[in-house]
Every structure is written in C-alpha cells, then in structure tokens.
Design a protein around this ligand. Structure first.
Ligand code: NAD
Ligand code: IPM
Ligand code: MN
Length: 350
C-alpha cells in the first residue's frame, strides 16, 4: 500500500487536484496498485480560520508517514503577503530538503505553442531548478521600514553543497535519459561571486560526464533564445529564482501554465509534486482551469511508486485528450476542468 498526502490548497488548486485524484484512483483500480490518499486541509481557509499555517507535527507527518505528496497551489488574495504559501510550500521544500525542482516542458502538439514554425517534438526542455537556496532563503531584512530612507536587503545564498548537488542531479538525469546537452543558466557577468561558484561546480561535475555537451549561458540571453530557437536546448540547470522564471516561460512555449507539472525531490527520500501554476484567483471556482499539469503530476507519482506503465498510460491519455480536442478554454476548448479530468480517467479503461 502506498500512502499519498493530498494538499489541494487554494483557488484552482482545489479544482485541478480533484481531477488528479480522480485519475490516481482510476489508475489504482486499472493497474491494481493499492493507494491510500490522505487529504490535508492546509491553505488560506485553515490559516484564516485557525491563525496557523502549518505545524511542526504536520511537517513531520508529511515527511515520515507518506510515500509522496501531491499539492495543488497556494496563494489567496485574502492573505495579501502570502505568508501561508511561503510557510507551507517553501517550508516543505526547505524542511524536507527537496533540493531538486524538476520542471519538464514538452510540446505535445505544435498548435499548442505561441511560436510560429515549431515542429512536433520541437521543444523538450528539462529544467533543474535549485530549490533550497538563492534569494528564497529570505536572509536579510528591512531597515527603517515604511520611511523614505527604507533599505531592503534580500541576500542570495549559494553554497558549494547546494550548487554541486543540483548540478549533479541534472547531469545524472541527462546521462540516464540519454540527453546530449546540459546548459548552466546564470548571471555570472553581474553576479560574479555566485557565478564563479556555479561555474566551478559545473566544470567539476561535468568532468564526470565527458559524453555530454556542456555550456553556460546568461539568463537574459537564455530567456531570449528560448523564444527564438527552443529546440536547441535540452537540460537546463539553474538557481532558484531564474528557474522559477524560466519554467513559466518554458510552460507558455508548450501550451501554457495549465500544462506543466513539477517534482520537488530529495532523491531517495522525499517527493512533492505540484503543477507549475499558482492558484489563479482570476479563474478560480469557475470549473475552467486546465487540470492537465496536475494530472501529469499524477503520472509522475505513479512512476515514482513503481508503476511506470501506469504513468505512461496517464501521459498517453493526456495526449489523446489533446488530439481529440478535449480541452479547457486556455487551450481553445470548451470543456470544463471536471470534463477533462473524467475523460482522461475514462481513457485509462479503454
Ligand atoms: P498563476 O499561475 O496562478 O496564474 C497566472 C495566469 O495563468 C492567470 O491568468 C491564470 O488564470 C493562468 N493559469 C494558471 N494556471 C492555469 C490553469 N491550470 N488553467 C488555465 N489558466 C491557468 O500565477 P499568479 O497569478 O502570479 O499567482 C496567483 C497566486 O498563486 C499567488 O498568490 C501566487 O503567489 C500563487 N502561486 C502559487 C504557486 C504554487 O503553489 N506552486 C505557484 C505560482 C503562484
Ligand atoms: C512556484 C511558485 C512559488 C515559487 C511561489 C508561490 C513562492 O511561483 O512554485 O513556481 O516562487 O517557487
Ligand atoms: Mn513560479
């Protein structure tokens, strides 16, 4: 029996997670894979009700008593500074030391891309975002707050240990999946201290993978080139903030935020899966959010739990839904969130 924690969270997180759960439950039956799904009430409602974001006991239980965590999204206009999202989501990443944020972006159909002349299979990016350091550590502070003399310091933390392990994860992935190229993305021209450490670690780890093409690019040029000729790139490895930004860009190139899954991993220890998108307050509660990114997370969960054939079947069902025009309005379709989720679940029976 595999036990999975389900944290729907806020906004469309609730809607897309419902569909990912529907698909997981169906896959569990079709592939005879016993699953126990445990629902967790963590998010803005709980915070506004109890004044608590997440407790130490909850962190421990999520870490120790579950084989994986599936999360929808966190963020709510009623919590303007989004403290609960930082405590829960960034909190889980840091406290479970989920140092790999793996964000694949694959173009299933050229019609999904806003780019002209892109070929089928023309975009296949595997982004490895460092997930426990950078500016996200929130070191620093405010001096003379709310005055005209205010100073805000937000430190960017880069440790050898943290940088080396994400670069290693990217190379090991490329090696295992037969990918030919790993590109480091940084801003070494403007931030030379961090840049030097990243480039030294990249060169050192890269020596162990002589068969893989290796190069480095500045993040501004990469943002440009991902729009100009995304088919050139394969595996990207980068820091926390640049990875956050580039993964939204990569998602948009391949059909939009609604399509993109992600895995927050401490390999061999803990895994938290979530779509790349947020809680989308602008469309929440309307049954029109695209659940495919969340469902693609369910596929990643199934693969992790030792049922790769179930994971592949879910991926195939997503592609079939796209090919059959079973899509939400963001992709030009007229189906509801629930209709897309049900169609994908039913496809597993066929
Ligand atoms: P967002 O990803 O929620 O939305 C950006 C745009 O994309 C919106 O127009 C939205 O309607 C659209 N969109 C997103 N997901 C979609 C889907 N599945 N189907 C169709 N359209 C979709 O980003 P935002 O507006 O910057 O953030 C909203 C809230 O979510 C904020 O509180 C933010 O902090 C939070 N957030 C949370 C996560 C997370 O939990 N992992 C990620 C990003 C943002
Ligand atoms: C993401 C989100 C988060 C991040 C926010 C909600 C803190 O944008 O998962 O991409 O910046 O990592
Ligand atoms: Mn983001």
């Amino acid at each position: 029996m595999h036990r999975i924690a389900i944290i729907p969270g806020d906004g469309i997180g609730l809607e897309v997670t419902r569909e990912a759960v529907r698909v997981l439950e169906r896959a569990s039956t079709v592939f005879d894979l016993p699953l126990e799904l445990v629902h967790w009430d963590l998010g803005a409602d709980r915070f506004l009700r109890d004044g608590v974001t997440i407790t130490d006991e909850e962190f421990s239980a999520l870490a120790e008593d579950h084989d994986a965590i599936l999360l929808g999204a966190l963020g709510d206009p009623r919590v303007p500074d989004n403290q609960h999202a930082r405590d829960i989501l960034v909190g889980l990443r840091f406290r479970l030391d989920l140092y790999v944020n793996y964000r694949p972006a694959v173009l299933y159909d050229p019609r999904l891309s806003p780019l002209r002349d892109v070929k089928p299979g023309g975009i296949h990016l595997d982004i490895f975002r460092e997930n426990t350091e950078g500016v996200y550590v929130n070191l620093g502070g405010r001096f003379k707050p709310d005055t005209l003399d205010e100073i805000a310091v937000q430190e960017d933390v880069n440790t050898w240990k943290g940088v080396e392990r994400i670069i290693r994860a990217a190379f090991e992935f490329a090696h295992a999946r037969g990918r030919d190229r790993v590109t480091l993305v940084d801003k070494a021209n403007a931030m030379p201290a961090a840049g030097h450490l990243w480039r030294r670690a990249f060169a050192e780890v890269g020596k162990e993978f002589p068969g893989i093409q290796q190069d480095a690019m500045y993040v501004d040029a990469m943002a440009m080139d991902l729009v100009r000729r995304p088919e050139r790139y394969e595996v990207l490895v980068t820091g926390n903030l640049f990875g956050d930004i580039l993964s939204d860009l990569a998602a948009e190139l391949t059909g939009g935020l609604g399509m993109a899954p992600s895995a927050n991993l401490h390999p061999g220890r803990h895994a938290l899966y979530e779509p790349v998108h947020g809680s989308a307050p602008d469309i929440a509660g309307q049954n029109k959010a695209n659940p495919m990114g969340a469902i693609a997370c369910a596929a990643l969960v199934l693969s992790q739990l030792g049922a790769p054939e179930a994971g592949r079947a879910v991926d195939r069902a997503i592609r079939d839904a796209l090919a059959s025009g079973v899509t939400t309005p963001d992709l030009g379709g007229d189906r509801t969130t629930e209709a897309v989720g049900s169609w994908v679940a039913d496809a597993l029976d066929r």
